[in-house]
Design a protein. Structure first.
Length: 308
């Protein structure tokens, strides 16, 4: 399971999110001087890239799994079904025309990583199509799987470069995006609820980080229970807030805010089940981690709908 963080932070001047200002004074001053238009350009780039990274990451991961199975199949091992790789059109990536100037000194670095990101995605896609043709036609019977091995190594190497470039971009765009969110959110009537919901999402990300680690290295009940207690408190605090925004254009957001809290409560239900089931085995089962992943997506989607 690979978590790729929150997708939508703010999609228009009418909604945004916020986070800690520590260390952001310099970049925030620059963004504030640039004004709302540049701030919105930064936020739009952030959202489009995060959306792209989320969908493309899954696509690349599925191709890597396909390549692993292709090698096994080409060597005569029993593979009951090849991993499904659905054709993926990254519409969010196509929406990005350039890197906003508001990123200032980091703009050139972001552009370089972004070009690598796009190139590796395209290259991996082409290698997958080549590998799929090779497996479908059973050409591996002619070379005993040599081409499958070669393509798998190339795909894995380029996937690594793809993810490195993606993580580099995320790290570089975060400070300017947070500063831009400050500019856009400054006088927003929903600021209180956006801020608290963003905190909820950050807390849930922390939970998933711990569960990802424990899924791989073994269940730690004390650590998991501590994370549960922390997140339960955050959900309770967010849920008790009365959505009292009076502006007509935002009244309908009350239902969306409540949906965030309802889905977060459902997430807690799944979390309790995971803790209970994992106590005796000292392992997190595939089914439980999948349920947590699905619950995470539900909260994420409701949050994204709320802040749009």
């Amino acid at each position: 399971m690979k978590k790729v963080m929150m997708v939508a932070l703010a999609l228009s001047l009418s909604a945004a999110s916020i986070s800690c200002k520590k260390g952001l004074d310099k970049i925030e001053n620059a963004v504030m001087k640039a004004g709302e238009n540049e701030s919105q350009a930064i936020i739009d780039f952030n959202n489009d890239f995060l959306d792209s990274y989320k969908s493309s990451s899954r696509h690349i991961e599925n191709i890597v799994k396909y390549a692993e199975s292709a090698v096994k199949k080409s060597h005569g091992e029993t593979v009951y079904s090849m991993p499904l790789v659905i054709n993926s059109m990254d519409y969010s990536l196509s929406k990005i025309k350039n890197v906003p100037s508001g990123f200032e000194k980091d703009k050139t670095i972001i552009e370089a990583d972004f070009n690598t990101y796009k190139a590796k995605r395209e290259s991996i896609e082409k290698k997958y199509e080549e590998l799929k043709s090779y497996i479908t036609s059973e050409d591996y019977k002619d070379d005993k799987g040599a081409k499958a091995e070669a393509l798998q190594k190339e795909i894995e190497a380029e996937a690594k470069e793809f993810f490195i470039a993606g993580e580099n971009i995320l790290a570089k765009i975060k400070p300017a995006t947070e500063a831009a969110e400050e500019v856009i959110l400054k006088d927003h009537p929903m600021k209180e609820f956006i801020v608290s919901s963003k905190s909820l999402m950050n807390s849930m990300d922390s939970v998933m980080d711990v569960l990802d680690k424990q899924y791989t290295h073994g269940f730690n009940e004390a650590e998991a229970q501590k994370k549960y207690d922390e997140f339960e408190k955050v959900v309770a605090e967010n849920s008790k807030k009365e959505f009292n925004v009076k502006e007509t254009q935002y009244v309908y957001k009350k239902t969306q805010f409540e949906s965030v809290n309802k889905n977060a409560s459902d997430f807690l239900d799944k979390f309790r089940k995971l803790i209970r089931d994992s106590k005796s085995t000292k392992q997190i089962s595939d089914s439980n981690i999948q349920q947590m992943d699905s619950a995470y997506e539900s909260v994420l989607n409701s949050y994204n709908t709320f802040v749009k």
